[in-house]
Design a protein around this ligand. Sequence first.
Ligand code: AMP
Length: 248
Amino acid sequence: MKALVAVKRVVDFNVKVRVKADGSDVEIGNVKMSMNPFDEIAVEEAVRLKEAGKISEIVVVSLGEKKCEDVLRTALAMGADRAIHVETDEKLEPLAVAKILKKIAETEQVQLCLLGKQAIDDDANQTAQMLAALMNAPQATFASKVVLNEQEVVVTREIDGGLETLALKLPAVISTDLRLNEPRFVKLPNLMAAKKKTLEKRSIDEFGVDITPRLSVQKYAEPKARQAGIKVANAAELVEKLTAAKVI
Ligand code: AMP
């Protein structure tokens, strides 16, 4: 059984993102970039399924500029078998990404598509859902446990107020949540070995997909700075402060 994992290159989660002075975009020049954290969890899950003998091949896919190769190499070092890089300098919206992933999933005949629940740059939380709709395949978003059987995959997902367990027929689309697993640390020898694995380059034009953006961004702005909080010595002082502020 083959799995496809989508990995996006985003600003590293430790970086404090700044808005450009003219408000036209966020600043990404000279900023550390990494694999989207939820995608790292997706790769880890696929590798664990492969180690358990449930999956035979893991294909990782990234769409974006040349440097996406870095995140693909990291995924290969984690244990993915093969990488596909769809190279473009255009900003892609989730629908365009989903359309291209669908074409790759079809040609590769994958049974399981694993994506992050959201990319921490656009926070869209749309691509997995759109991919499932385009593939006419069942979906389970926000997965916190995945059990793969021959014909179906059983997914526990995080919902408001608890957990829900779904059984999906294959092929299926899953998006990963934070508690699914803890991704392994990539060691240098694995990174070196990953250089020998196949990283296929594809041009975005060959997919014949309309990637014209449907949205136009009017402006980026930083959130208003919050006032610093204060520490109170005890509950009595807390009540006093809250009463004074007319909260209680
Ligand atoms: P989003 O819908 O933008 O929040 O992204 C959700 C997930 O879709 C990400 O965690 C990735 O798994 C996948 N994805 C989105 N954009 C890309 C991209 N450019 N390349 C590869 N995967 C992507």
